[in-house]
Ligand binder design. Sequence first.
Ligand code: ZN
Ligand code: ZN
Length: 156
Amino acid sequence: MPHHHNTIISLNPTDWEQLITNALRAHHIRLTQPRRAIIQWIAGQPALFSAEALAAALAPPPASVSRATVYRMVDYLHDHGWLARIQTERGLYAYARTMPGHHHHAICLRCGTTLLIDGCAILDEITVLLAQHGFTVQNHLLELTGLCQRCQVSAR
Ligand SMILES: [Zn+2]
Ligand SMILES: [Zn+2]
């Protein structure tokens, strides 16, 4: 009963890379060398990253991936649910790995560790409250940001 409880999933980068590789194959999208380099770089990020940092990292040889290719791929991954886009404390956009489907994310602002929250039970109370005010909720978006356990320990 996905609507009556929440499950927390910690997304492992190796699984993410494997899932996305399979999904691209299933969609008949060729895993070209630049696309492979982009996916591998993202999978290797411990932290939230910017499209700018990705473009800068892969511009020099041997990767030599063009900025246009980087930005197209980041848009593709975001549009297809493989990257969550969040606004950081400094007001810039950053990305974190995620999986397609309806999830909520708890993203560590320091290292980018992402917990996926499966299920929307957390919103039941507000939905009922809004209904009492004549408002019907049709859709929702909820992202949580904070510090993961490891970063809280290292901040002490
Ligand atoms: Zn963290
Ligand atoms: Zn939801």
